[in-house]
Design a protein around this ligand. Sequence first.
Ligand code: B12
Length: 220
Amino acid sequence: MINHLQDLAQAVKDGDNKKARSLTRQLLAEGIPIDLLVEKGLTEPLNSLNSKCTIDDFSLLEIFLAGRAMMDVLEVISNSGQKVVRPLPEMTVILGTIKDDLHDLGKHIVSIFFSLAGLKVIDLGKDVEPQKFVQAAIEYKADCIAVSSLLTITAQYAKEIRRLATHCGLNDITIIAGGAGFRLASRKYLGVDFVARDVFAGLDYLLSLGRRKKNYDQTS
Ligand code: B12
């Protein structure tokens, strides 16, 4: 299984989507844990293309092909009927990549796995203004806003979401953040409830909230 996982990581990195699809089917048949597949087979190889985003070595084509292979792998996982074994209470989540940030591969993963876990996800896309998150939360009566960022510089906009939400009376809304852009920012600085290391940490956090809510209901 480990060899196949390494091969999948290489196929994604090389942008070989056919090979990536077939290795994913094989790994699922072998019973690989989904978190391991996503971390080692998708996130790490994509992130290792770091240098392709620098002036010296910029290569949109390589990143595009790797991104396509990643999306193909996600499609295979979605169609496999695989359940993300984290049953969550009914919850509506507003999801988006923050203003000025066009990275959306990680957000796609979040959208797919949150949906597979039974959450209702309203995906606003990328380059989303802070007020759009709050407007959508009001429109859909959401329980949670989930914001993604890969660019460190955009933390300033993410901070705005809590301020605007409070201004609109959404005092209890849960806000979670994820993506490399927030990795060095504290929960307190961002004004969010949780900064997720990965998609599954985000899911686990929402699950823990659901349990707390349930206990609270029982005592009231
Ligand atoms: C792919 C990529 C691109 C692609 C994006 C394609 C796309 N459609 O997304 C392209 C080529 C377009 C691109 C452009 C640029 N990029 Co770029 N890019 C990357 C790269 C190589 C991989 C990112 C990725 O998709 N990773 C794979 C995904 C699956 O991982 P992930 O996003 O972290 O998501 C996981 C978790 O973090 C989590 N997650 C993510 N969001 C959320 C949200 C919530 C709520 C939760 C719970 C979880 C969660 O879920 C995922 C699975 O667990 C990174 C390198 C890196 N180390 O991150 C650079 C990187 C992010 N890019 C960078 C830069 C500088 C740029 C450009 C400015 C380059 C330029 N000079 O133009 C532009 C930005 C344009 C813009 N305005 O946005 C820098 C950012 C530096 C910084 N600290 O700010 C990086 C780190 C590269 C580097 N070392 O220089 N990039």
